[in-house]
Design a protein around this ligand. Structure first.
Ligand SMILES: [Zn+2]
Length: 291
């Protein structure tokens, strides 16, 4: 089933809700990066968060979430466009930890302590960059804290990835509720109570919930503002990788040609492998010496 995202506002309150299914997105990331279950959970939550935060930017603009923890998973990066595409990676995708006694993957322990950065490239001279400390490393709480601390938006964020016994992704998605203005205390308490009593978002999606159904878990009348498909999609091309090769310089390329006979370069974000044969490298060297 195609993953998609919904952004809605409450009709009578300044409350915004975003809900997304990302089962296919996280499975694609799992296949591309050969993630362990805990790496899939951490990367999947980050990809899901980036897609939800990117609903406020325009189609061609890019929002990137970087989780820089000191835990064994290393850095986690997810970059989403306002058009519903997302790509990302985790530094050590093979690292694994068994579920804890509650049957949950200890994502916080694998991520560790550190900082979360969000940058928004809106086509201006400089990107917008905001940061906050990691609170638990479980990603949901870290994004919630970031939104409050850096953007002054009181929010509640729930992200979930359910990994099957075969390592494949059974379900993934997220819900984010944000208070965009003044709400009375009673409404706020009602909202928090409903959000906290929600079942885990990955279990709901595993049971067949769609983004609309997730929105309905909250007892508010919502008006849907946007609804569009989301997918794991990279922007890398052989031309871009070629530019990176050129930046190595003539000597380095000649050295690679002599030692390896070809050059191999893979994209961090999607794991795509690009191979440049001897002829291609030769042509590159000619081009480089002509400029
Ligand atoms: Zn790529």
């Amino acid at each position: 089933m195609q993953d998609y995202i919904i952004r809605a506002v409450a009709k009578n309150e300044p409350v915004r809700i975003t809900a997304v299914t990302t089962t296919g997105v996280v499975e694609e990331a799992h296949i591309r990066h050969k993630t362990s279950p805990i790496a899939a959970a951490a990367l999947g939550r980050t990809l899901t968060a980036a897609l939800m935060l990117a609903t406020e930017i325009k189609g061609k603009d890019i929002l990137t979430v970087r989780i820089m923890g000191d835990g064994p998973l290393g850095a986690i990066v997810a970059s989403a466009g306002g058009n519903g595409t997302v790509r990302g990676y985790v530094q050590n995708p093979e690292f694994d930890l068994p579920p804890n006694e509650k049957g949950k993957l200890p994502v916080g322990a694998a991520v560790g302590k550190g900082t979360l950065h969000v940058s928004k490239d809106l086509g201006l001279k400089y990107p917008f960059v905001g940061s906050s400390e990691l609170v638990t490393g479980e990603i949901s709480e870290d994004i919630t804290y970031y939104l409050y601390k850096s953007e002054q938006i009181p929010s509640a964020v729930s992200l979930g990835v359910l990994v099957g016994p075969d390592g494949h992704i059974r379900s993934a998605g997220g819900v984010m509720v944000q208070i965009m203005g003044d709400v009375d205390e009673v409404t706020e308490k009602r909202l928090i109570k409903q959000f906290e009593s929600m079942e885990a978002v990955s279990s709901l999606i595993d049971r067949g919930y769609k983004p609309e159904d997730l929105v309905k878990e909250l007892d508010f009348e919502f008006e849907i503002l946007a609804n569009y498909p989301v997918a794991f999609q990279c922007q890398c091309t052989k031309e871009r990788v070629e530019k990176a090769l050129i930046s190595l310089g003539v000597e380095e390329i000649e050295d690679i040609m002599a030692k390896e006979g070809q050059a191999e370069a893979s994209c961090h974000f999607c794991g795509e492998n690009y191979i440049f044969g001897k002829d291609e490298l030769g042509k590159l060297l000619v081009e480089m010496s002509n400029t």
